[in-house]
Design a protein around this ligand. Sequence first.
Ligand SMILES: Nc1nc2c(ncn2[C@@H]2O[C@H](COP(=O)(O)OP(=O)(O)OP(=O)(O)O)[C@@H](O)[C@H]2O)c(=O)[nH]1
Ligand SMILES: [Mg+2]
Length: 376
Amino acid sequence: MAWTTDQEPERAILVGLADSDELALLATTAGSEVVGRVQQRRETLRAATFLSRGKVEEVRRLAESGNASLVIFDEDLSPAQVRNLEKALDLKIIDRTELILDIFATRARSREAQMQVELAQLQYLLPRLTRMWVHLSRQEGGIGMRGPGETQLEVDRRRVRQRISMLKRRLVAVARERRVQRQRRKSMFRASLVGYTNAGKSTLFNALTRAGVLEEDRLFATLETTTRRLALDGGKIVLLSDTVGFIRKLPHHLVVSFHATLGEMRESDLLIHVVDASIDNFREQMEVVDEVIDGLLDGRVIARLLVLNKADRLSEERAFALRAEFPDTAILCARDRQQALGFKKNLAEAMKASLSGGASVKGRATPGMDAAPEAG
Ligand SMILES: Nc1nc2c(ncn2[C@@H]2O[C@H](COP(=O)(O)OP(=O)(O)OP(=O)(O)O)[C@@H](O)[C@H]2O)c(=O)[nH]1
Ligand SMILES: [Mg+2]
């Protein structure tokens, strides 16, 4: 299942309910080469295979002519659907969650991120073990854990559960350390860059702090939180954090696993929502981000500051329309260091508003959802 970008790309057919550039970007980020696309109409969905009979044939033909070994679905599939499709097509079937988990797995660098991704993968795997147990036991080797009367599947399930508990315990310990670290910084004003993957968070972060974190035209370039001190004009200091990006239908297990990493975000005084305004459906992306954040904040209220990025890619008319629609919002090109540094002024204003307990942080993403910061 795991493939990396160093290997020969796996040739893939993409399947979805809509034609999705995002799925193609996810697929290439994971190191596969897209050789065909199939769109399934909602009205003719079949429960057993997701695809209608005709579409199964279409996938088969495309896979043959494109020499594909892999079919990637934009939707999540049930274990039974995957089984039926594999049987019908004799191709590897991967759904959206598996694809995203795989990207996270190949990109995780720190020990903590690796544990978080592994935990999410195992939790996803557990109910699917009937299909995957061969794969897993090959990976881990047949360690002598087989009890009398137990099937290999039961043994593997137990081993997966044990590994899940072990990872959870270790992650709890890491989270405790992080909390202690954060406690020490409690007196400082903390802001986190949040947003859809590839929006330009790390680019803005680097321009402001010269931290030199990875910025890349790929999805999920950033998996760990980096924090730097940033001096604003007038001498005020902000602790600024760059965080992991979000995506539509972000796998639930990942969100849960990354709770510790996202802790920095949850305890921020200000969330800076970076948006790629050059994308046609950037409003949808904003909504996705707001939803994930609301889920993570669990009722907490944190002031939000919006940044419309990639202004260099906007036509004159579009830039004009956006300036009219978002009058107090920074619309900038984070790649332009001068423009990025100009954003410090917006940041200073938002900080002032937040510290004075005022509700008027300008350019918020979702009016009404982020009134005054929590009292106390
Ligand atoms: N044209 C243009 N490209 C930009 C701008 N800001 C960032 N980019 C590019 O967009 C891509 C993604 O930038 P990142 O800073 O890595 O995005 P990110 O939000 O940190 O993404 P993740 O870490 O994957 O969540 C990179 O190729 C950047 O060079 C901008 O203002 N204009
Ligand atoms: Mg990043």
